[in-house]
Write a protein that binds this ligand. Sequence first.
Ligand code: ADP
Ligand code: MG
Length: 351
Amino acid sequence: MIEQGSEKTGTKQLTPISELGEFGLIKHLTKYANHQNSSTVKGIGDDAAIIKNGDHYTVVSTDMLVEGIHFDLMYTPLKHLGYKSIVVNLSDIYAMNAEPEQVTVSIAISSKFTVEALEELYDGILTACKNHEVDLVGGDTSSSRLGMVISVTAIGKVKEKAITYRNTAQVGDYICVSGDLGAAYLGLQLLEREKRIFMENPQIQPQLTGNDYIIQKQLRPEARKDILEILNSYKIQPTAMIDISDGLSSDLLHICHDSNVGCRVMEENVPIHQASYQMAMEFNLNPISCALSGGEDYELLFTVAPDDIKPLEDLHGIAIIGRITELEKGYLLVGKTGREDTLTAQGWKHI
Ligand code: ADP
Ligand code: MG
């Protein structure tokens, strides 16, 4: 038997992945991935890569969903899963302020899936493509020993001056977020609870009625193309942008670390839907913690220069949650009483 990895160390001292964590692992594995083409404008480290193609720029992003890690088919309809697998990728393209145009979809499937089941998956995939005006242009199909893996690559287009990176937030900028946060996480808690109850006693039917909002945010999220349209209509170009996949804290800290700035977030301005608030109470969870660390919201988090903020001040659907500060001021969360805490990335990561 080969002990894989020992070629690198020459000894038995092999390193567990947990020692590096997701971002540490990516950094470690790609540290020698130098660019050899001048067309590679941005590689690893943002929501999507940027490639220069003459007078326009191509944007590429890829994401993988793995059964048992990212989704559970006990409560995930395949149609929703297909929809979600597309929009989570489009969300990364929108986060660069770009317009998605094509996707490729690769699937690995075990023999437990029927043709009809896969038709449902593709129904969702094609509905998302139609809603976002993107074309399915290819992919790959393989068998798998266990369960399903879906990998989607999205390709988009953007003009050079519109490209919005993570590392360009400026001191004094306002921090804005679309929609509301924490709902997808609370939807997952509810689905997991009902699954546990069902597994223990299959006679009991899941209690999901009245919780459509948070369940929909979890099972069939939407990518916020409409937010780019709103910003465009006011001629606002964010100074930096990221989509919230790991949780507000974690993703805001990406902007701060990459831009070399600090932040000051007002807790009372963090948008939380009434349904999320109620479900957090039911689970004895702090709603603000769910909003800060929940993840899978697929909302857009962006920074706006002070001169541009006026039109967004009273706009429904975009919340101004704080300001970008000097790095020395740190990463602050200001509570309702004025108490200041340090913002920490506690988003749960499934790598
Ligand atoms: P997002 O949450 O926006 O989907 P990720 O956290 O998955 O982004 O990835 C962060 C960055 O690392 C991205 O630029 C992504 O393309 C890159 N990346 C992730 N995994 C790998 C890998 N296995 N090899 C090379 N680059 C990777
Ligand atoms: Mg992203």
